[in-house]
Ligand binder design. Structure first.
Ligand SMILES: NC(=O)c1ccc[n+]([C@@H]2O[C@H](COP(=O)([O-])OP(=O)(O)OC[C@H]3O[C@@H](n4cnc5c(N)ncnc54)[C@H](OP(=O)(O)O)[C@@H]3O)[C@@H](O)[C@H]2O)c1
Length: 347
């Protein structure tokens, strides 16, 4: 039972409790037995007053506007970047430690950007800013796999294409994909539904996620470069990406070409990746096997397949990655941060 009366267990708040990430976080808190002694569910005025049952207890959703964080030890924020920009500093000033799922503070030098399997040393003490940032959903699985490769062979460059699911845009993204697919099935000439995604995501792929920057890259692509460098502590790491939204409900995929400083042996690479915490390599026994968003299996694992060392350039290899963007890329990573903080007595 994660709910306890133990006065040393933290009092938690989930901001964005009615969203895709918040709902999944509440499920994971129960599934993983994360101990807490008080729980506050927070969202916008739209959901205020709604009742949500967690572990058999019914909680009323609070309106963030006016919510007091002084009785909260740790607050998980998953309600959008502008909400975090305004409210995270207030929550910190009222005494809460914040684990933020948005991009608002990721590049702040006083805010650690943490993937527990990669840089958990950042969690040894309470950060100066009072905030721990959770990285972008495509960056997290990538850096979990790049870290051991960097340590073994050294990385010269990584070139990555992402295939990102509609759930990355929350409940409205999932609903819109379903509506768009229905409308194109009924009428192939239909322009499809297009509010969250443009053009419509029904039976199409969109090579632009988040806003376009002056250099032609998107903010999503810039996040993958900057965040990978910060998490891995490699300020000159060469990672370049094309981020693409695809008509998949949940779980992001990535095709990654990684060129190393030294020749790579496929068998050793496969064993190295398979030995990482919470990583499943699908072509360990059957060369060429691969995971997909619908068939990968355990959503709490990073899935890898089609590991190929290039014959013409044995310093380079490809791998295909699938990871649940809502869990690995957001809620699970955030909860694992809190678990480490609790183990180390920081919370
Ligand atoms: N989905 C992913 O894969 C993923 C991955 C990594 C990071 N993130 C980040 O996590 C955040 C939430 O994403 P999501 O996918 O869960 O979105 P979502 O399904 O649209 O949920 C948004 C949540 O934020 C709340 N909210 C919106 N505006 C608010 C406001 N002004 N004040 C208080 N609460 C407000 C909503 O509450 P109402 O019910 O009241 O509208 C809802 O609980 C975003 O910043 C997103 O970038 C998402």
């Amino acid at each position: 039972m994660p709910y306890v009366t133990d006065p040393t267990a933290p009092r938690i708040a989930v901001v964005g409790a009615t969203g895709v990430v918040g709902t999944t976080l509440l499920q994971l808190i129960q599934d993983r037995g994360f101990r807490y002694r008080d729980l506050h569910l927070v969202a916008s005025a739209r959901s205020a007053g709604r009742e949500i049952t967690v572990e058999g207890r019914t909680y009323r959703v609070h309106n963030l506007d006016g919510f007091d964080f002084s009785s909260v030890d740790v607050a998980f924020f998953s309600a959008g970047g502008s909400v975090s920009t305004t409210w995270v500093p207030k929550a910190v000033a009222q005494g809460a430690l914040v684990i933020d799922n948005t991009s608002a503070f990721r590049m702040d030098p006083d805010t650690p950007l943490v993937v527990p399997q990669v840089n958990s040393h950042e969690l040894d003490a309470r950060p100066v800013s009072g905030i721990i940032a959770n990285p972008n959903c495509s960056t997290i699985p990538l850096v979990r796999l790049l870290k051991p490769v960097e340590e073994r062979w050294g990385i010269r460059q990584a070139v990555v294409s992402t295939y990102q699911a509609a759930s990355g845009a929350g409940y409205s993204g999932i609903d819109e994909l379903r509506a768009a697919a229905r409308s194109v099935l009924e009428d192939p000439e239909s322009p499809g539904v297009s509010e969250t995604f443009s053009p419509s995501l029904g039976f199409d792929v969109i090579p632009r996620i988040d806003r376009l920057l002056d250099d032609g890259f998107t903010f999503e692509e810039q996040k993958m470069l900057q965040e990978s460098r910060k998490i891995l502590g490699l300020p000159h790491l060469d990672v370049t990406t094309t981020c693409v939204r695809v008509p998949v409900v949940n779980s992001h995929s990535e095709a990654a070409w990684v060129e190393c400083h030294n020749p790579v042996d496929r068998a050793e690479l496969v064993e190295l990746l398979a030995g990482q915490t919470e990583v499943t390599v699908h072509d360990r026994e059957t060369v060429g096997a691969f995971p997909t968003p619908r068939t990968a299996g355990d959503p709490n694992q990073v899935h890898v397949g089609r590991v190929r060392v290039a014959g013409h350039n044995p310093r380079g290899f490809w791998m295909w990655i699938v990871a649940d963007n809502v869990r690995i890329g957001a809620a699970l990573n955030a909860l694992q941060i809190a678990e480490v903080l609790t183990e180390r007595g920081v919370l």
